[in-house]
Write a protein of this length. Structure first.
Length: 674
């Protein structure tokens, strides 16, 4: 019998892998080897407990994390057995259940997934249908209320008198129309991929027992990120005698705004009685000085599972806490420090600049460009957010699902064919009156539209022709034929001023076709529906990854979770930035902000710089800034403070000579240098 090699695991890791069964919570601090533990436990269940691979269901939150887990399991048990286990995201698992039981859920066979822009467009239509002026509302905030309610298995309700607001009421009124519109269009949103399977299992005891028997061994990674809906689904899958291993870290719960519920991990034993708890605190990533700072910051949170990270690697370099006169000087300091590190042999792609909000990247980008320092901004506009790419994907969605209204409205006049906004508004009014979708209304009679009706009829005929292209043809080849038939490549080139820009847009269309080729060759049962689902699920909550080598990485703290770098600059440590002052009029969640700071600190392996500005420009005025309260917690014995705001005039930062002015010669070992 094959055995699992446990020699490289420390005692708590080994204890978690060998757990005899029943509910288990593994509290895995940052850098403590959680993926190693969960992959070794899967291997142990298969190889030494005799669990059939098909009985293992391991879920996490991103495709990247799922792929890493699958690769690690394959290295331990072999590729064939790893493929037989179900290792993926919550949403991918939910989609599988929805498709398998579409009829019972009242859904058709052509299920599409509404992305964020689709949801906003559908919500706008629903608000107008309810005679609510959508221009007075932030649609994303209304969608957030709907999402939260669906995740909790309820409908959004208006608040009690004096406690609710117009947004509560708008979500309440729009919700039934929104749900009805999704079903009419043959769409589900991401919340449905959790809520519908939960409702299905809850309402069908026989099916629930069958699914529980199929997936007897449950494992969940990043458990601190679970929502109320995901906990409900997990509880239904686990049943009365769960073999459930949940791995997570309450100190890294930073997605409350996206529906994650901290209490899920803090109250694990209440949700799964008799649960055992194992804590992993040995850190294999960071130096002792960095960990001391992280421990000191996070201890300020009252609601947490107490634990203290430690390492046997020694304290390493002191953490540098630097005060600069302003944001431009902060960017100049970081730029010069990076150039100094580069001169000493540090590759640029080992360096990251982390900030709380995307807006903070501007000053660093300007400074890097001026210095000729190559960089990548992670989390900027994604490839699949480009207009030409979204246009092609919308055509592909219409090939799959003729009633996909958001896609129909997007490309009805792409390339221009005389179907402008006025025609689409008339068609939407007809659809509302008939209680159907815009594509169905278009197919149902166009006489009232006059000449525009003839153009619309030609567009419908084109869509029928495009569907024929995919009858038995390879997906990439069919997509290329679609691009040629519609004229998307010419349209892309015509929409820009330069030939080079036009070629880049055309190349993006070719990249989609190549992506379909790769999917066709790698998937056992390739279908257009499968590719569209993979595309939708891949973009949902993915961690961003650094770009090409040789570049400094700039990213937000949320994007940095799950990553690590030898050198980290955590910038903007000021009240109002970190901790943030709150979004959309909401009060700040100081505990989550402290966890964000903790996540930022623990991304660093060898060197950590914490910077802040003494003043920043706001509306044309220079305003003083208050140091972040998180800086007050840092232990003095592992931090070196440099206050350049008090020692250097702001104009000195316009040159590269400020190091010498403060006695910190980048080519030597002057005072204050590491």
């Amino acid at each position: 019998m094959a055995r699992v090699d446990l020699r490289k695991l420390n005692p708590p890791q080994r204890e978690a892998v060998l757990h005899a069964g029943g509910p288990l919570l593994v509290l895995a601090g940052a850098g403590s080897g959680k993926t190693r533990v969960i992959s070794h436990r899967i291997a142990f269940l298969m190889l030494e407990r005799g669990a059939p691979p098909e009985s293992v269901l391991a879920m996490t939150f991103t495709n990247k994390a799922a792929a890493e887990m699958r690769e690690r399991v394959a290295s331990l048990v072999g590729a064939r057995q790893a493929r037989a286990a179900t290792i993926g995201t919550f949403h991918a698992f939910g989609l599988g259940l929805v498709r398998a039981h579409a009829k019972a859920l009242g859904l058709g066979s052509r299920i599409g997934i509404a992305d964020a822009s689709d949801q906003a467009q559908i919500l706008r239509r629903c608000l107008r249908d309810a005679r609510i002026d959508d221009r007075k509302f932030d649609l994303w905030r209304v969608l957030a209320l709907i999402s939260r309610a669906k995740g909790e298995g309820r409908e959004p309700e208006p608040g009690l008198e004096g406690r609710g607001d117009d947004y509560d009421l708008a979500a309440h009124v729009a919700f039934p129309r929104y749900q009805r519109a999704l079903r009419t269009m043959g769409l589900v949103d991401f919340d449905d991929l959790i809520a519908l399977p939960a409702a299905l299992l809850s309402g069908d005891p026989a099916l629930r027992a069958r699914v529980q028997a199929e997936h007897r061994h449950l494992l969940v990674n990043e458990y601190q990120d679970t929502s109320a809906g995901q906990l409900r689904l997990l509880s239904l899958l686990a049943g009365e005698r769960p073999d459930l291993c949940a791995v997570g870290d309450d100190d890294q719960s930073i997605y409350g705004w996206r529906g994650a519920v901290l209490e899920n991990i803090l109250s694990f034993d209440r949700h799964f009685p008799g649960a055992r708890e194992i804590r992993l605190t040995q850190n294999y990533r960071s130096t002792g000085a960095i960990l001391k700072c992280a421990n000191a910051v996070i201890q300020g949170n009252p609601r947490r599972k107490p634990k203290e990270l430690w390492t046997d690697r020694g304290d390493g370099e002191a953490v540098e806490r630097v005060v600069l006169p302003g944001e431009a000087e902060e960017a100049s300091f970081v730029t010069d420090r990076i150039r100094d590190l580069q001169a000493r042999g540090r590759p640029l792609d080992q360096i990251a600049v982390l900030f709380r909000t995307n807006a903070q990247s501007r000053a660093f980008e300007e400074a890097f460009r001026a210095a000729g320092l190559p960089y990548d901004v992670v989390g900027g506009p994604a490839f699949f957010d480009r207009k030409d790419v979204k246009d092609l994907v919308a055509y592909l969605k219409l090939v799959h699902n003729p009633d996909d209204e958001p896609s129909f409205l997007r490309v009805a006049n792409v390339p221009p064919r005389g179907l402008g906004e006025a025609t689409m508004e008339k068609l939407q009014a007809k659809a509302l009156a008939d209680g159907t979708t815009v594509p169905a209304a278009a197919r149902g009679g166009l006489e009232a539209l006059g000449p525009a009706g003839q153009r619309l009829e030609s567009f419908l005929a084109l869509l029928d022709e495009l569907r024929g292209l995919f009858s038995g043809a390879p997906l990439g080849a069919a997509a290329r034929a679609l691009v040629d038939r519609v004229g998307l490549r010419e349209s892309a080139r015509a929409g820009v001023d330069s030939a080079a820009a036009g070629q880049r847009r055309a190349d993006a269309l070719d990249a989609i076709c190549a992506n379909l080729d790769a999917y066709q060759s790698s998937d056992r049962r390739p279908t257009l529906a499968g590719w569209l689902a993979r595309l939708a699920l891949d973009g949902r909550g993915e961690e961003a990854a650094p770009g090409e080598g040789g570049r400094v990485v700039l990213m937000t703290l949320h994007s940095a979770k799950g990553l690590e770098f030898p050198v980290v600059f955590l910038v903007g440590l000021e009240e109002g930035l970190l901790p943030h002052g709150g979004m959309q009029g909401q009060p700040p969640d100081l505990e989550e902000e402290r966890r964000l700071c903790y996540v930022g600190i623990t991304r660093a392996r060898e060197r950590l710089f914490l910077t802040r500005a003494a003043a920043r420009q706001r509306r044309g005025q220079t305003a003083p800034r208050t140091p972040s309260r998180f800086l007050e917690a840092l232990p003095a014995d592992c931090v070196r403070t440099v206050d350049l705001a008090a020692r250097v005039a702001p104009e000195a930062f316009a040159t590269s000579k400020f190091w010498q002015m403060v006695g910190m010669d980048p080519n030597g070992d002057g005072p204050g240098r590491p």
